[in-house]
Ligand binder design. Structure first.
Ligand SMILES: NC(=O)c1ccc[n+]([C@@H]2O[C@H](COP(=O)([O-])OP(=O)(O)OC[C@H]3O[C@@H](n4cnc5c(N)ncnc54)[C@H](O)[C@@H]3O)[C@@H](O)[C@H]2O)c1
Length: 396
């Protein structure tokens, strides 16, 4: 078993969501166990109690710990001599807040998917609960876990690109080009329903990832935002396309574009950053290459290589395989888990907060994602008006 510090055992995981026919729950479990530091022991896997219990066998969860609801999960686990250590929340957005709140109340660490909650008010309430507790709270902005994203972040923070002046990030998909939500497509149905998705569609679902990536890589704090969101497949009520312009503290300009209606596009998360000394470009559909360019020099392609002299400490620490063996979505997701597990182990060892790693996206980043949604929707309704974008909880 890889180390969990003074705990000396694997962390015990519960999953909420992830039942039969769902998507991201299985990814959470795969990521959690990749380094052999956690074991899935319990779950409340579906909104339907019968399906929740029926889904447990797919994960080898013992029937005695296959619960019909998240309330039952926390009530029963709390009383066990070997309770869970943490819960992963892989439900549609509207359930993140009640499940996370109940988990914190029961004293369990939380790994929650994005966007953090249904509303900004819920997100802020959650941050207060986390700050008043001793739980570790991670948000799976999983693109931050790619080795070359971590490499780029360290390069930028150490000044290798000079002053950052422009950040262009986008997340382009095409799967909602038609109204799949009217054809019984489960994932499309809740994502286009404001009571389950929140006040944004594409901008909340994938725009938050693109925004977070720019913030994570540059550490620049935002000042103002102006956005235009559109529905191109009416009568859908939530945006399926949109863009925002962001002014950062140092005068840098950022753009975020999110689309779910671009023919043929899959999960094209990409970012380009211009500094005074160099520019960079990274695409998640080709995640093991990072392009660095300097005028007058040949273009450089950094590959994901834990042994190369050009790979910095952050990049090396995020690799699992030798270069040339592709690492991708699962491994990046697992890197968020790895940093959160380190934090849980440090918490168990009694380390003070300031000594615990802050590499993983946390509840503050989740709040900022909700602020991004709220301000983008408000700006778009006001014909692209410039609105404040610096949330008091925003961190570098
Ligand atoms: N980080 C990423 O890359 C990424 C990718 C996809 C989805 N997501 C996020 O993950 C979440 C789930 O998305 P998905 O595509 O897997 O959705 P999905 O519809 O495929 O699965 C949702 C699951 O949650 C279950 N569920 C609903 N209410 C529940 C309740 N009260 N108790 C227990 N289970 C309940 C459903 O039965 C289903 O099994 C969303 O918040 C989404 O934004 C993140």
């Amino acid at each position: 078993m890889a180390t969990n510090g003074s705990l000396g055992r694997k962390l015990r995981m519960a999953l909420v969501g992830g039942g039969q026919g769902s998507f991201i729950g299985r990814v959470h479990v795969t990521a959690a166990v990749l380094d052999n530091r956690a074991v899935l022991v319990a779950g409340a896997l579906s909104s339907d109690p019968a399906r929740a219990k029926a889904s447990a066998a797919d994960y080898d969860i013992d029937a005695s710990r296959a619960y019909g609801s998240y309330e039952e999960l926390f009530d029963k686990e709390r009383l066990r001599p070997d309770p869970i250590d943490f819960v992963s929340i892989a439900t549609p957005n509207h359930m993140h807040f009640p499940v996370a709140k109940a988990a914190i109340k029961a004293g369990f660490h939380v790994i929650c998917d994005k966007p953090l909650t249904l509303t900004l008010a819920e997100a802020e309430a959650l941050a207060s609960l986390v700050n008043a507790s001793s739980v570790i709270f991670a948000v799976t902005h999983n693109y931050t876990g790619y080795p070359l994203v971590r490499q780029a972040r360290q390069m930028i923070l150490s000044g290798e690109l000079g002053d950052i002046q422009a950040v262009r990030s986008s997340y382009i998909q095409g799967w909602l080009r038609t109204r799949l939500e009217s054809e019984g497509h489960k994932q499309a149905a809740w994502r286009t329903d404001p009571t389950k998705s929140g006040e944004a569609g594409a901008f909340g679902d994938i725009g938050t990832h693109a925004y977070n990536l720019g913030r994570y890589m540059t550490g620049l704090l935002p000042e103002k935002i102006s956005a235009n969101l559109k529905v191109f497949e009416p009568p859908r009520s939530l945006d399926d396309y949109g863009h925002a312009v962001i002014r950062y503290e140092n005068g840098a300009l950022g753009t975020v574009t999110a689309s779910q209606i671009s023919h043929g596009r899959e999960n094209d998360v990409r970012i380009e950053i211009d500094g005074t000394l160099a520019s960079l470009e990274w695409h998640q559909e080709n995640p093991n290459q990072l392009f660095i360019r300097r005028n007058g020099h040949p273009h450089s392609i950094y590959t994901r290589d834990p042994n190369a002299p050009f790979t910095n400490e952050a990049g090396k620490a995020a690799c699992r395989l030798p270069s040339g063996h592709p690492e991708a979505f699962f491994e990046a997701f697992a890197n968020v888990y790895r940093s959160a597990f380190d934090a849980m182990a440090d918490r168990a060892a009694g380390l003070p907060v300031e000594k615990i790693n802050t590499v993983y996206p946390n509840v503050c980043d989740g709040v900022e994602g909700m602020y991004f949604i709220t301000q983008s929707v408000a700006s778009s309704k006001a014909d692209g008006a410039w609105l404040p974008m610096r949330h008091p909880l925003a961190r570098r």
